[in-house]
Design a binder for this molecule. Structure first.
Ligand code: PHE
Ligand code: FE
Length: 286
């Protein structure tokens, strides 16, 4: 399999963890919920409780409210039950996948309002930190906001934009937008900065860190072209958090054709992850 061979090569032989043998052409598998062990359900409950204790006053209300509607506190959820609720709410469904999947497939799922969720759960020793996304990150972090109609539309547009970026050589740029919004985005509310990014919401440490004033990380208003041109960290807390004022603002700001952005940025050196440019304001001063 091409994809798995490429991943193994890039990671110096380390294979992906999932069971790819049973996946279909779209990398979809059965969740096989009955196969989770009682230890795994117990680990899920610990992860869930730890995050829930951190979220009030930090996660955006849209996330907390949708999460509560999922009744996912007691163990690893059954995807099908949630998928039905989600389909009724915003027309999205959840598909089970063995883990990371090829970009093209990922974009195709999103463009068709299907969100891929990894079936396996991390090991107990990975309670605080995990390299590959697991079911806790994918489900807990990503699924709740798919109940928000505007955000749900944004992710679909992102998938369509990904298919387009593949044609235009803009994938590096577009991936930064996903990272800094869907994974690590912050939103301004009347009560203060709140988190909507799944990478933060499913992380034990970054939920607190990203909202702590006086760290070395930046909090700046999201400018799309600037974000497309900003490098990110994959193995430390983020050095920049981009802040939106509303999901509508995010949707509208990303609506223009990115073709000229890609053309322009191809010739530019990206900004380091910790830059503060002329005219930018730190939104969480120390
Ligand atoms: N407007 C972008 C384009 O033309 C597509 C896009 C939409 C990308 C929303 C990301 C998010 O390529
Ligand atoms: Fe993710």
């Amino acid at each position: 399999e091409d994809f798995l061979a490429t991943v193994a090569e890039k990671s110096h032989g380390a294979a992906l963890r999932g069971d790819y043998a049973s996946a279909d052409a779209q990398y979809v598998v059965q969740q096989d919920w009955a196969a989770y062990t009682e230890e795994e359900h117990a680990l899920w409950r610990r992860l869930y409780q730890r995050q829930m204790a951190l979220l009030p006053g930090r996660a955006c209300n849209e996330f907390i409210e949708a999460l509560q509607g999922l009744n996912a506190a007691d163990g690893i959820p059954q995807f099908e039950a949630t998928s039905k609720k989600l389909e009724a709410a915003t027309g999205w469904t959840i598909v089970a996948v063995p883990g990371l999947i090829p970009e093209l497939t990922f974009f195709e799922h999103l463009a068709n309002r299907r969100f891929p969720v990894t079936v396996w759960l991390r090991k107990p020793e990975e309670f605080n930190y995990i390299v590959e996304p697991d079911v806790f990150h994918d489900f807990f972090g990503h699924v709740p906001l798919l109940f928000n109609p505007v955000f749900a539309d944004y992710i679909q547009r992102y998938g369509q934009g990904g298919l387009k970026a593949m044609q235009l050589g803009g994938l590096d740029q577009l991936a930064r937008l996903y990272w800094y919004t869907v994974e690590f985005g912050l939103i301004n509310t009347p009560e203060g900065l709140r988190i909507y990014g799944a990478g933060i919401l499913s992380s034990g440490g970054e939920v607190e860190y990203c909202l702590t004033p006086g760290t070395t990380s930046r909090h700046i208003h999201l400018d799309i072209k600037r974000c497309l041109n900003t490098l990110y960290k994959i193995d430390t807390y983020q050095e920049t958090y981009f802040v939106i004022n509303s999901f509508d603002e995010l949707f509208e700001g990303t609506a223009p054709d990115f073709t000229p952005y890609y053309d322009e940025l191809k010739t530019k050196t990206p900004y380091p992850a910790n830059s503060l440019l002329d005219g930018e304001t730190e939104l969480l001063p120390g």
